[in-house]
Design a protein around this ligand. Structure first.
Ligand code: NAD
Ligand code: UGA
Length: 457
């Protein structure tokens, strides 16, 4: 019989909620509790309207909630009554003091460590689920062992690799689960206990183990490599636009080399999401603090190239529309940082909307899931129109900019849309998802990414 485990997760966000729901669903003999300092978030997890939109999540949660999955605001009680504590709190970029704008802000992390210390009455395995700078586990161990309470704490690193919008699939069938620990007797024991949880559904060969510092670093490096591919193809998209090459053709030709691979080579308006930027900056900061200036510069370019791509997109719009956007109505299709999520953290749409407002354009924003967050992100800007229906959002506009790769945008009636827009009408396809030739034949002036524009002048 499988041993019953009492598992706690501190942090009920995009990672904590879905990850724990998957563990509860796959390990029915375990009791899983998720706690958070934000009572509204917990109330939402306990309601029919979950705090995050993620395909498949509603079903997963409703299957387990109240059976062996619980959401609660009682952090002290959670710590007291559980043996394994996953910590999945946010680790944003620091906005103040030393390392401002670069280093990870570890205040939420440290607060959690102190809570664990304050309320523990029995031994715990503390699992780093959040993405953290290398050697954070050492700081965690020092805090946890700072009193003479004789309670044993083992700190294990188990970074999360899920991508939003695809989280349930990624959790159910991960490429790998990485578990890092100290390589002494207690560390190896703790590592095995965490591996046993995943062994309920993940094949053994996909569960890999390592030293704890390698595990922490592997997470930062994975995100840096993924983002680097996007910045690389985006850099090439700029060259394609100058040379009449087509970035989609180039990326297909390059990606068919199996050593390179086809994934993550879609040029676009730039990467967003809560993690790529912050994790690379964190890596850059680590390198600089170790005196590795060249290494830091190398990785920092990935972020700079992303900033350049967003500004380049805006400047293409400005140039194409006769160098003035003042008073023009411009519709943004998509505000989420990618399709199938309502998350807008670091979405390129935030930058584009703000720059358009600076140019005094009247911005219409449409998105099937992200309008609530968009309103918060742009709360300081007057006269932005939020319209869920993409047809109505484009009504009377002079341009549409596609900023999120939502599938719905591929299947719209472009003739109807064109007829209801001001002329000349423009489409700037920041995700290369539309049928550009068709849009051009209908009458649009079409500006894809990394391809020659199709214009009527
Ligand atoms: P999030 O902001 O959605 O959730 C974090 C939660 O932690 C919040 O609800 C917050 O209220 C809570 N919290 C903060 N301090 C707390 C405390 N002291 N006690 C209890 N709760 C507290 O963040 P997220 O997107 O879930 O990311 C969490 C971590 O996972 C980050 O380190 C991130 O880099 C990493 N990560 C995120 C993703 C992703 O797709 N979002 C994927 C992999 C890894
Ligand atoms: C990313 C990683 O893919 C996950 O493995 C990781 O766990 C997570 O970050 C994290 O640490 O938070 P996520 O940000 O949710 O996941 O989504 P991605 O699919 O990676 O997309 C990130 C951004 O890159 C999006 O804006 C997307 O539109 C963009 N992108 C992606 C491109 O512009 N081109 C591509 O080819 C792929």
């Amino acid at each position: 019989m499988k041993a019953r485990k009492n598992i706690l997760c501190i942090g009920a966000g995009y990672v904590g909620g879905p990850t724990m729901a998957m563990i509860a669903s796959k390990c029915p003999e375990c009791r899983v509790t998720v706690v958070d300092i934000d009572p509204e978030r917990i109330a939402a997890w306990n309601s029919n309207e979950l705090p995050i939109y993620e395909p498949g999540l509603d079903d997963l949660v409703s299957k387990c909630r109240g059976r062996n999955l619980f959401f609660s605001s009682d952090i002290a009680d959670g710590i007291r009554n559980n043996d394994i504590i996953f910590v999945s709190v946010n680790t944003p970029t620091k906005t103040f003091g030393l390392g401002r704008g670069m280093a990870a802000d570890l205040q939420y992390w440290e607060k959690t460590a102190r809570q664990i210390l304050a309320f523990s009455e029995s031994p715990k395995i503390v699992v780093e689920k959040s993405t953290l700078p290398v050697k954070t586990a050492l700081a965690m161990e020092r805090i946890l062992n700072s009193t003479k309470n004789n309670i044993r704490f083992d700190v294990v690193s188990n970074p999360e690799f899920l991508a939003e919008g695809n989280a349930i699939h990624d959790l159910e069938s991960p490429d790998r689960v990485l578990i890092g620990s100290r390589e002494d007797e207690n560390g190896l024991k703790a590592r095995q206990i965490i591996a046993d949880i995943y062994l309920h559904w993940v094949p053994k060969e996909r569960i890999i183990t390592s030293g704890i510092w390698s595990s922490e670093l592997s997470k930062l490096v994975s995100n840096a490599f993924l983002a680097q591919r996007i910045s690389s193809i985006n850099a090439i998209s700029a060259l394609c636009e100058k040379t009449e090459a087509d970035v989609v053709e180039v990326s297909r030709a390059v990606g068919m080399d199996h050593r390179i691979g086809a994934k993550f080579l879609n040029a676009g308006v730039g990467f967003g999401g809560s993690c790529f930027r912050k994790d690379i900056l964190n890596l850059v900061y680590l390198c600089r603090s170790q005196g590795l200036e060249e290494v830091a510069d190398y990785w920092e370019m990935v972020v700079k190239m992303n900033d350049y791509q967003k500004e380049r997109f805006l400047q293409t719009m400005l140039g194409a529309m006769f160098n003035t956007l003042a008073g023009k109505h411009i519709c943004l299709w998509g505000f989420a940082f990618k399709a199938d999520t309502g998350d807008t953290r670091e979405s390129p749409a935030i930058y584009i909307a703000r720059r358009l407002a600076e140019e005094k354009a009247v911005v219409h924003i449409s998105d099937p899931q992200a309008l609530k967050n968009a309103r918060k992100d742009l709360a300081d800007i007057d006269d932005i129109r939020y319209i869920e229906d993409p047809y109505r959002a484009a009504d009377g506009c002079e341009a549409i900019a596609v900023l999120t790769d939502w599938d719905i945008y591929r299947r719209l009636d472009f003739k109807k849309i064109f007829n209801r827009m001001e002329k000349p009408a423009f489409i700037f396809d920041g995700r290369n998802i539309l049928d550009h030739k068709l849009c051009f034949q209908i009458g649009f002036n079409v500006y894809p990414i990394g391809k020659p524009p199709l214009t009527h002048f």
